[in-house]
Design a protein around this ligand. Structure first.
Ligand code: ZN
Length: 73
């Protein structure tokens, strides 16, 4: 009845990758300043958390670059 290759009953769509938010210094390309922001670190990569605004020029920090992670933990 069952074939020799028994497939997993529930195949997870996304593997469980540890994800956490942390503070970091984000370079704002609009005003060319580095401001503090929240980034979402996933595994070995980190992205700027969407929806943040630069504290200097109020531009969206989404396209900003992460300069340095501030690992408080
Ligand atoms: Zn800015």
């Amino acid at each position: 009845m069952n074939g020799p290759n028994r497939s997993q009953a529930a195949r997870p769509a996304t593997p469980p990758v540890p994800q956490y938010e942390t503070k970091a210094f984000v370079y704002c390309p609009i005003c060319t300043h580095t401001v503090e922001g929240i980034v979402v670190a996933t595994g070995k990569t980190a992205k700027v958390k969407p929806g943040q605004k630069c504290s200097r020029c109020s531009a969206a920090l989404d396209p900003g670059y992460i300069m340095r992670l501030d690992r408080a933990a």
